[in-house]
Design a protein around this ligand. Structure first.
Ligand SMILES: [Fe+2]
Ligand SMILES: [Fe+2]
Length: 190
């Protein structure tokens, strides 16, 4: 294993629960598979998959103060803090990828940043991570297995199914829907 990968593994192993660590490895695996099918840089896909939840073990309080301290720019920051502070982990993750792992590649940083809410005009790497996160091998719902398979043959259909499932989850729970997620949906759904 190369030094860079080892450093990421060590960082994650020290911070994430075994379940979350396994999830990150599974997201990396599926991201690599999709990247190689669709002509995306596999090393970037692997790194993005491994790092995407690197801030996930932080408490909501720690995430909020981290984002304030680092002046992290997020859409709807006040509402995120109030209604869904856990979603800040993707934005904090981008900063950790930049500062702890010296990642400068904008596309890779965007993939980590946008893996929860998405955004209009995502790159293929961003869309791959967004999709792989939702249907990685550790996700045991029938929807995940079906959509994972679909992603390998008709990526856009799988991507759209993931966006839809994420929206439905929020609506069914009856909780706050981030305008950024709706913006992503509106950009890609029609
Ligand atoms: Fe995440
Ligand atoms: Fe994740």
């Amino acid at each position: 294993m190369k030094n860079f990968e080892q450093k990421i593994f060590n960082y994650l192993a020290a911070r994430l629960s075994p379940k979350r660590f396994e999830h990150s490895c599974n997201v990396a695996k599926l991201s690599v598979e999709l990247a190689s099918i669709y002509g995306v840089d596999v090393l970037k896909a692997q790194t993005a998959g491994l790092l995407h939840d690197c801030a996930k073990s932080m408490t909501e309080k720690a995430l909020i103060s981290f984002c304030v301290r680092k002046r992290v720019k997020t859409p709807n920051f006040k509402a995120l803090v109030k209604y869904a502070p856990q979603l800040l982990h993707s934005f904090a993750g981008e900063i950790i990828a930049k500062e702890n792992f010296d990642i400068k590649d904008r596309d890779l940083l965007n993939a980590v940043r946008n893996h929860t809410l998405g955004r209009p005009e995502m790159s293929m790497l961003e869309k791959i991570l967004f999709t792989a996160d939702a249907v990685s091998y550790d996700r045991k719902f029938p929807f995940s297995a079906k959509t994972r398979k679909l992603a390998k043959t008709d990526f856009n259909a799988a991507f759209k199914a993931v966006m839809r499932a994420k929206m439905e989850y929020v609506l069914n729970k009856g909780v706050w829907l981030c305008p950024k997620a709706l913006e992503t949906w509106n950009f890609y759904a029609v």
